[in-house]
Design a protein. Sequence first.
Length: 236
Amino acid sequence: MPSFALPPGYTRIRRVGSFDELVATPFVGGVNALCWERTLPGDFGEVVARIGATEGITTLDEARLAALPVSAAGSAAIGVLIEDLRLLRNQGLAPVLDCIEAYPRDDDANGVSTDVYSFHADSAPVQADTWLCTYHGAPSEGLRNEEARRRVDIPETRAALLRSFGGEDNEAFREYLSECCYDLHYTPVAGAQPFSFGVGNLWRIAVEHPGSAVPPCIHRAPETRPGQEPRLLLIS
Ligand SMILES: [Fe+2]
């Protein structure tokens, strides 16, 4: 059984069967997300519980993980985490493993919040991809490009941003939108069906960068709800 469900006709995601395939598969034909679907052994909830409740975000390294007093199931989960960190580092990446109670919020008065709870594309000045896996807690969410609209293309939002910029809708304004990351944020169109990245799956998703062959994969962090389990997330 797939651990995540896609809207019918969704063609931007390709499932792969191994880490090597995840690394080697190109983004072509409109595909902008690759998913290595996994059912992982171990108890990641125990790992999160042992880390202890903290406000905000706790970044974990191998030494901290190895020092946690856990059962065999917790130890199996830690083995997976350390192996995933190793696999990504071997690709020259710099993965970060975070235990997340909540991210900082951005309540922007212009109507474009630029925090990770808002659907967005990642961007980079050079060729790059984003890698991510949710091991525990609510998974990341995706939005197909066809069901997304850039917030800066919504007339009322653009007008509000232009007022705050205080100039004309010209090249300087577009630079301002880019510098503030406003142009990377999206809103779902009516009837859109966001999809879940699922738990345990390792994803490689397309980033907005010069010369990219595909549109970026639009995604967000799930809404934080009171009493919710912290998330355990690998990201690179
Ligand atoms: Fe992101």
